[in-house]
Design a protein around this ligand. Structure first.
Ligand code: TXA
Ligand code: MG
Length: 331
């Protein structure tokens, strides 16, 4: 599971040569390239099939690198970075003039994150030692555009295959959904993407509840496009009390469905593809992408997801499921 010394050396060499290296983070696997090299960053967009105006997150080895990439960093951003880094938080800041447009999608801001995964941190430290002051690894989730984010090295291989020079295997991701994104470039912090670090966690540091602005269709955050994180198989959300009736009706019509439920274990006569999920939002988030991916391979016509609680604690999972429903069923 742990990369060897030779693996790290090769990964650093590939990054320095402008090639792509997939790396584990605590959230999802990232498709990494030298963030200071626009030609290398262009390869990320080609491999993912992602529109070039979508900005990427730059991963750094530590807080000390922030000032090389960002300027006018407000005190509130430092407080968040101190509290949550290394960890699943991305902070949007005013960029330094030199930061390539390829990374920022031409915006005057840059997204920065110090990931909380030992393999990512080791790679980032070695890359920084070899590269100097402009060391950063640009990395979106290592999936094809719009598809389910990978939480294991095998998922990355399945998504991108030969398009990536090397995949560092760091085991399954601990968090399982993408980082919380907080925009600190406009004064008051604004949450652009919900994640494992919840508004309550942020409030504990900020002393007030941050605004949330995950506007549907907004181009600024690609995860905020309506359709995202999606299986190829159509996906439906069904309320818990209607779940069994819905499945039975499907079966009577000859439809094959797969079920993802946090409350209802499979019973005799139920579809064979049935995933009983953890009933808490953290456990559910950890498993959801792998569950969607498995069910997408189950040879069914429909994936049925039991609706989750409409509770603030479930906001990040709800966000991913809503977009998965919107994007599902498109080959
Ligand atoms: O957990 C994560 O954040 C993972 C791991 C690999 O770090 N990365 C990830 O990257 O989810 P990606 O590209 O799939 O999503 C990054 C999001 C995009 O929605 C992008 O638009 C947004 O971050 N973003 C990056 N830079 C931004 C900026 N300057 N302003 C606004 N949004 C930005
Ligand atoms: Mg993504």
């Amino acid at each position: 599971m742990s990369p060897t010394e030779a693996d790290y050396q090769r990964a650093v060499e590939l990054l320095r040569a402008g090639e792509l290296v997939a790396m584990p983070t605590e959230t999802v696997y990232g498709l990494g390239a030298d963030a200071a090299n626009p030609a290398a960053v262009a390869k990320i967009f080609a491999a993912k099939g992602r529109p070039a105006d979508h900005p990427l997150i730059v991963h750094l080895s530590g807080h000390d690198a922030v000032d090389r990439w960002a300027e006018q960093v407000p005190a509130v951003a430092w407080e968040l970075m101190e509290a949550f880094w290394p960890g699943p938080l991305t902070v949007i800041l005013k960029k330094q003039a030199w930061v390539p447009d390829a990374v920022t999608g031409g915006q005057d801001t840059v997204g920065l994150r110090v990931p909380g995964h030992p393999v990512a941190l080791e790679l980032l430290r070695r890359f920084a030692a070899a590269t100097g002051e402009h060391a950063g690894i640009a990395a979106p989730s290592a999936n094809r555009f719009g598809r389910i984010s990978p939480t294991t090295a095998a998922h990355v291989a399945e998504e991108l295959g030969d398009a990536v020079s090397m995949i560092l295997d760091g085991g399954p991701c601990a968090v399982g959904i993408e980082s919380t994104i907080v925009d600190c470039s406009r004064g008051e912090p604004v949450v652009l993407r919900p994640g494992h670090i919840s508004p309550l966690h942020l409030e504990a540091i900020l002393g007030r509840r941050p605004a949330i602005e995950t506007a549907v269709g907004a181009p600024r955050v690609s995860g905020s496009l309506e359709a995202h994180y999606a299986p190829v198989t159509p996906l439906r959300m069904v309320a818990g009390e209607r779940l069994l009736d819905f499945i039975n009706a499907q079966r009577h019509r000859g439809g094959k469905c797969a079920v993802i439920s946090a409350n209802q274990p499979p019973q005799a006569g139920m579809p064979h593809a049935w995933r009983l999920m953890p009933a808490d939002p953290v456990g559910y988030a950890h498993d959801i992408y792998a569950a969607l991916r498995d069910m997408d391979h189950a040879g069914v016509d429909l994936i049925v997801v039991e609706a989750i609680p409409e509770d603030a604690a479930w906001a990040a999972v709800a966000d991913r499921l809503r977009r998965a429903v919107a994007g599902a069923g498109q080959a």
